[in-house]
Design a protein around this ligand. Structure first.
Ligand code: ADP
Ligand code: ZN
Length: 517
C-alpha cells in the first residue's frame, strides 16, 4: 500500500500536511469514523482525497451542490485522480459511463448528492462495489442546529450503517458546539472522532460599526483600502445599485454579482475579479463559494450576515494568502428587526429557538466593546486570549456609557403610548416636545412626557439600536416599536444596557495609524 505521505508528494506535489490534515487522514486510514471541523481554506478535500487513493476501493463523497461537485472533479482531474459524479444534471450517457467505471473499480472518487445517496437504489449499487470510505461534505447540513439544515442529510444514516466497517468522514467549516455534537449523533461518529482545527485568522482585522449612510461609508473605505475586495449586500437590487454608485469615480473597477445575473455575465465578472488586483465585487452571498482567490484584501458587509458562522465564512475569503486583510461590517437596527420578524413569521416552531439564539450571538458580536476575535473564537469552541490586538475594539478601545436608564425610559414611553409609535415620536414624548402628533394623541399628559434629560436624549438612538439588537424592542413594518422578550429584564433592572459610543469620524483608519479613530 502506498503511504499517505507518498501520495501527498507524488500525486499532489505538496511537501507536508497542514494543520490537522495528518490527524484526520491517520484516523481514516485506521478505519475510524471522524468529524473534521476545519475553516475554509484549511484543505478539507485533501482529507478524503488522500485516503481515497491510499485505500483500496472507491470513496463516496456526499456533497450538497452540483456546482461544488464539478469544481471538485475538475481539481481532482488536474491531479490525475479518477473522479466522477452521479447527479440529476448528468446526461444518460454520462451516467452509464460512470456506472461502468464504478463497477469496474476504475473510480477513486464518486460524488453524489444527498437525495440520491439516501435512496435504496443507490445503497444497493454501493453494496456491490468495494468502498474505501464515505465522506460527508458540508456535514452541518445534517443538523437542525446548523444554519443550513437539509432534510436529505438526515436520510443518509441507513446508507452509512449498511457499511458499518467503512470509515466515514464528515467535514464542515462551520459548526458551533451544539451543531458539532448533533453531527456526531446524527452520523454515528464517536465523540473521540471529533477533530477541530484552529479557527483563528490572525491576519484578518475585524471592524464592526453601525451603518450611517452606507454608500458614503463604503466610498470612504474604498478610497483608502487597496487591493481586491468583496462588498456583501443583502439583495440583488442593492448589488446593482451599490456597484454603480461605488464605481462612479472610475478609480477602480466595481462589478455586481448575484444569482439573478445572466450566467455568462456572472462567469465573466467572476473571472475578472479572480484576475484583478484591485477590483471590487459588490455581491450577494451567491458569490464566494469555490472561488480560489488568495489575495482578496478586504471583505465588507453592508448589512448583517445570517449568523456568526456565515460572517466567519464570508470574511474568511479575505487574506487567504496570509497577508494583512480587513473585514468590515456595517449593521443597522433594522437588520435585526427584519431578521426577528422573519424568525417569528417564517421559521417553523421547532427551529425558532435555534435561530433566535443564533441572532442573539450576532447581536453580542456587533454590540460588544470587547475583543471581536475573542467572541468569534469562543463561538467556535476555542479558548482565546481576552484581547487580540488586531480588531477595532482592541486597537481603539471604545468608550461606553451606561444607557440603562435611557433604555427604561424609552421602553416606558413605548408602553404608555400603546406600543405602536416609531422612534421619532417616542423621542418627542421623552423630550417633552408638544408637536401636533403629541397633542393630538394627548401624549403630553403621560407620565413619561419630558422625563428624559439632554444627555439621555442624545443616547436614544444608540439605545434603541441596542434594544432592537437584543430583541427588547421590535419594529413593525411601519417602524412602530413594541416589546420583545428582552424588554422585561431591562425594565426590571436585571440587565444593563451598555452603549458603545461611535468613533468620531467614520471611515477607515490606516494600519498602524493613530488609534484614536
Ligand atoms: P477547504 O475545502 O477546506 O476550503 P480546500 O480543500 O479547497 O480547502 O484547499 C484549499 C487549498 O489549499 C487548495 O488549493 C489545496 O490544493 C491547498 N492545500 C490543501 N492541503 C495542502 C497542503 N497540505 N499543502 C499545500 N497546499 C494544500
Ligand atoms: Zn481583538
Amino acid at each position: 500500500m502506498v503511504s499517505p505521505l507518498d501520495i501527498l508528494h507524488d500525486t499532489f506535489g505538496f511537501p507536508a500536511f497542514r494543520g490537522v490534515q495528518e490527524d484526520v487522514i491517520g484516523r481514516v486510514m485506521d478505519g475510524c469514523h471522524t468529524l473534521a471541523v476545519m475553516p475554509t481554506g484549511a484543505g478539507k478535500s485533501l482529507c478524503y482525497q488522500v485516503p481515497a487513493l491510499a485505500r483500496e476501493g472507491t470513496a463516496i463523497v456526499i456533497s450538497p451542490l452540483i456546482a461544488l461537485m464539478h469544481d471538485q472533479i475538475r481539481s481532482a482531474d488536474a491531479f490525475g485522480i479518477r473522479a466522477a459524479s452521479l447527479t440529476s444534471a448528468d446526461s444518460d450517457a454520462d451516467r452509464q459511463q460512470t456506472l461502468q467505471r464504478l463497477k469496474a473499480g476504475e473510480l477513486d472518487l464518486l460524488y453524489v448528492a444527498p437525495e440520491r445517496a439516501s435512496s435504496g437504489h443507490f445503497r444497493e449499487l454501493a453494496s456491490r462495489i468495494k468502498l474505501s470510505l464515505v465522506a460527508v461534505d458540508e456535514a452541518h447540513c445534517v443538523s437542525e442546529w446548523g444554519h443550513d439544515f437539509r432534510p436529505d442529510y438526515r436520510l443518509l444514516r441507513p446508507l452509512l450503517d449498511s457499511f458499518g466497517n467503512v470509515p466515514r468522514l464528515a467535514l464542515t467549516a462551520t459548526a458551533d458546539r451544539q451543531t458539532r455534537a448533533d453531527i456526531l449523533v446524527q452520523l454515528g461518529i464517536p465523540e473521540d472522532g471529533l477533530i477541530v482545527a484552529g479557527f483563528d485568522r490572525p491576519n484578518i482585522r475585524y471592524h464592526i460599526r453601525p451603518r450611517d449612510g452606507v454608500s458614503t461609508q463604503l466610498k470612504g473605505l474604498l478610497a483608502e483600502q487597496e487591493g481586491a475586495g468583496i462588498v456583501y449586500v443583502p439583495s440583488r437590487d442593492k448589488a446593482e445599485r451599490l456597484a454603480e454608485q461605488l464605481g462612479q469615480n472610475g478609480r477602480r473597477r466595481v462589478l455586481p454579482y448575484h444569482a439573478g445575473l445572466d450566467p455568462q455575465v456572472r462567469v465573466r465578472n467572476q473571472a475578472a475579479f479572480v484576475k484583478s488586483e484591485d477590483m471590487v465585487m459588490v455581491a450577494t452571498i451567491a458569490f464566494g463559494m469555490g472561488i480560489d482567490k488568495p489575495d482578496v484584501r478586504f471583505v465588507a458587509h453592508a448589512g448583517l450576515p445570517k449568523s456568526i458562522e456565515a460572517y466567519y465564512q464570508e470574511t474568511g475569503r479575505a487574506g487567504r494568502d496570509g497577508d494583512p486583510a480587513e473585514a468590515w461590517l456595517f449593521w443597522g437596527a433594522e437588520d435585526f428587526s427584519r431578521a426577528r420578524r422573519r424568525i417569528e413569521t417564517e421559521v417553523p416552531d421547532d427551529r425558532r429557538g435555534g435561530e433566535r439564539q443564533r441572532l442573539n450571538s450576532l447581536a453580542a458580536l456587533v454590540e460588544t466593546a470587547d475583543c471581536r476575535r475573542a467572541i468569534l473564537l469562543h463561538h467556535f469552541g476555542e479558548d482565546p486570549p481576552a484581547r487580540c490586538g488586531n480588531c477595532d475594539n482592541c486597537l481603539a478601545p471604545p468608550s461606553t456609557v451606561d444607557g440603562t436608564e435611557t433604555a427604561r425610559k424609552l421602553l416606558s414611553a413605548a408602553f404608555r403610548t400603546e406600543m405602536r409609535f416609531g422612534l421619532g415620536h417616542l423621542t418627542d414624548v421623552l423630550a417633552g416636545r408638544d408637536t401636533d402628533k403629541v397633542l393630538n394623541f394627548g401624549h403630553n399628559r403621560l407620565s413619561v412626557f419630558g422625563i428624559a434629560t439632554e444627555d439621555e436624549l442624545a443616547l436614544v438612538k444608540p439605545v434603541a439600536r441596542a434594544l432592537m439588537a437584543r430583541d427588547a424592542l421590535r419594529a413593525d413594518d411601519f417602524g412602530g416599536l413594541s416589546f420583545g422578550p428582552g424588554a422585561r429584564p431591562v425594565l426590571k433592572g436585571e440587565e444593563e444596557v451598555r452603549i458603545v459610543l461611535a468613533p468620531k469620524k467614520s471611515g477607515r483608519r490606516r494600519r498602524g495609524g493613530d488609534a484614536a479613530d
